[in-house]
Each structure stands twice: as C-alpha cells, then as structure tokens.
Design a binder for this molecule. Structure first.
Ligand code: FMN
Length: 326
C-alpha cells in the first residue's frame, strides 16, 4: 500500500470521489470527506474571481467538525485558461493533494512541492505515465476504458499491471468502477485507490441537473456512446442526451465536427446543445446507479459491497464491517 501513512486512518474506503466539471462542488466534496473517501473538484468549476479560495475555505469549514475527515483534492486542468491563477491559489492555500489532467504536469510540480502539496497526474497512456513520473509527480491516476468524462482506452487489467511494474507509489485506477466489488478488484489488481465519478453524479449533493441524474438512473452501459465530436478528445456520453438534443449518436464524428468542437458546443450558441450541461456525460459504471441518494448513503452501500467482496476474495465467511486493509 503506497498511500501516505497519515491518510490511512482517515479513509474508510480506498476511494476518490472523482473531480467532475459542472458536478463537483463544495457540498459533494465535503460530504465525501466526512464519509471517509477523498473528495475532489476541478478548479474549472469555479467561474468567478476568488471563488476557488472561497470553495476551499467552505470545504475546510464544513469538514472542520469531523476529526480525521478524508483529505480533499483540487483538480487542475493544465490546458485551462485560468491555470496560473488556480495554481497560485492552491499553492497559497497549501491544498493537501492536487490532481492534474489534460496536459503535462511538469511546470506545476516544483511550485506545488515547494508548498507541501502532493501532485498526482491523470494519465491515459504509458507514455503519459512515464513523462509524468519523469516530471516528479507523487502518484498516478490511470484513466481506463469506459470512464465518464474524457475516457481512456486501456483495459485496467493490462494498464494497472504495467504501471505497477514501473512505479510503486500511489496508483489510482479510473473508469468503470460501478460498485464496492469493483473497488476491491481494483486493489486486488494492484491499485491503491479507485476513482468513481459517475456514481457520485447521482447524489443529492452533486451540482448535476435533475435531468442528468434521472438519465443515469434509466441508463445501462449499452447506453454510453464514445465520441470526440464535442471536445476534440474521446468523451463518454449518455445516448439519451444526444437523442434529446436532436443528434444522431451513430454519426457524430463525421466531417469537420471535431475541429469545430469548442465553437459549436462550448459557446452559448442556442442553436446547438451545450456539452456537459445539455449533453450529459457518464461512464460504463452507470450500470451501478439505481437511484439518487446522499453521499453518505452511497459510501455506506459501497462499504458493504467492498466488505462482501473482500471476504469472498479472501475466502472468509461473512463477518462484520472492516476498514480497508493496509
Ligand atoms: C460529467 C463528468 C465530468 C468530468 N469532468 C472532469 C474534470 O473536470 N476533470 C477531470 O480530471 N476529470 C473529469 N471527469 C472524469 C472523472 O474525474 C473520472 O475520471 C471518471 O468519472 C471515472 O470514470 P467513472 O465515471 O466510470 O467512475 C469527468 C467525468 C464526468 C462523468
């Protein structure tokens, strides 16, 4: 187990509630930390000047009454236009964990380490992982096939095993983790933590719209469509949201759509559905969503499943609940 020793007692499950655009806000993050899993949000969700510092303060205030609440992470999207300001803020605030995505973390590692922040990088290929490690990151999040949001393509079986041969530090596996059984399997495979995004969209604390949450409840993994048309990178979308927007899920990547993605689907052009807020993303793990519930109830459910899987995996008769093994 390659996690920082002081985090072990703060985690009920080896889990991160993954950062999600337009979904993860202070209420979701604080509820995750209080329930004993690492909460995370993208700095990009903070739209106004000063909002990032305000969110960090709000999360700290909310979890302040919970001794040993799990740590929280800020996700910095390297290609974001506000990266410099966001970086300065997390450095000033000495956030415990920063997770970088979409771009090389190389320029961020020095200032974040100087401030005492741990830096984990989201990677989708072996080459990305090698570059991130060469840049000095402390941990890796391996984006695998079936993930919500921008998806990876590698099977977690092959991906985790090859990264484990390369690196013995904190390793998180992302994509397709639909329940506590999958979380146990991620650890059995050699990951330290699992990342779950889609499961946390369907919580009462998420910022997602009711329409997005309802669609998750109704969908299975056959209802997930992968396309680069809306961002230029492969993202998994809920088929029903594409159909409701009048698009043909079978003909998305044709022609010039990809090159024009930001202009067509990232602006307030009312003739086009907006990506993320009108076109909804989810991963294969949508298969585990049966309803919308508070984060604490979701974590209880995951813990029950994790315990059952662990006991079965260890060949034990069912027993009382346990913290995850160190
Ligand atoms: C709606 C949505 C928005 C997302 N936004 C981000 C983001 O801003 N930054 C990021 O690093 N990952 C983002 N992700 C990816 C998640 O952090 C995570 O990798 C993914 O949800 C894991 O797969 P799962 O949904 O099957 O659990 C997003 C995922 C979803 C579903």
């Amino acid at each position: 187990m390659a996690l920082p020793a002081e985090w072990r007692t703060r985690l009920r499950l080896p889990l991160i509630a993954a950062p999600m655009l337009h979904v993860s806000g202070p209420a979701l993050v604080a509820a995750a930390c209080r329930a004993g899993v690492i909460g995370a949000f993208p700095a990009a969700n903070c739209r106004r000047h000063g909002e990032l510092a305000a969110w960090i303060a709000e999360i700290r205030r909310t979890i302040g009454d919970t001794p040993d609440a799990a740590p929280f992470a800020v996700n910095l999207i390297v290609r974001s236009a506000t990266l410099a300001d966001d970086l300065a803020c997390v450095v000033r605030e000495k956030v415990e964990l920063v997770i970088t995505s979409v771009g090389s973390p190389a320029a961020l590692v020095g200032p974040l380490h100087d401030a005492g922040c741990r830096v984990w990088a989201d990677v989708a290929t072996l080459a990305h992982a090698e570059k991130a490690l060469a840049a000095g990151v402390d941990g890796l999040v391996l984006l695998c096939a079936g993930a919500g949001g921008q998806t990876g393509w590698v099977s977690p079986f092959a991906g985790v095993r090859s990264l484990r041969a390369l690196f013995d530090g904190p390793l998180v596996v992302a994509g397709g983790l639909s329940d506590g059984h999958a979380l146990w399997a991620a650890q059995a495979l050699g990951a330290d933590l699992g990342y779950m995004g889609t499961r946390f969209i369907a919580t009462t604390e998420s910022l997602a719209s009711d329409a997005h949450r309802r669609m998750l409840v109704d969908a299975g993994w056959d209802d997930i469509v992968s396309s680069s048309a809306f961002t230029g990178l492969p993202v998994n979308w809920l088929r029903a949201s594409l159909v409701e927007a009048g698009l043909d899920p079978g003909a998305l990547d044709a022609g010039s759509l990809r090159a024009d993605a930001a202009e067509l689907y990232g602006t307030r052009d009312t003739r086009r559905p907006r990506r993320w807020t009108e076109l909804f993303s989810a991963g294969h793990s949508v298969a585990g969503v049966q309803g919308v519930q508070p984060v604490a109830a979701l974590v209880d459910e995951l813990a029950r499943q994790y315990d059952a899987a662990r006991q079965r995996g260890l060949g034990l008769a069912p027993a009382g609940p346990s913290r995850f093994p160190g």
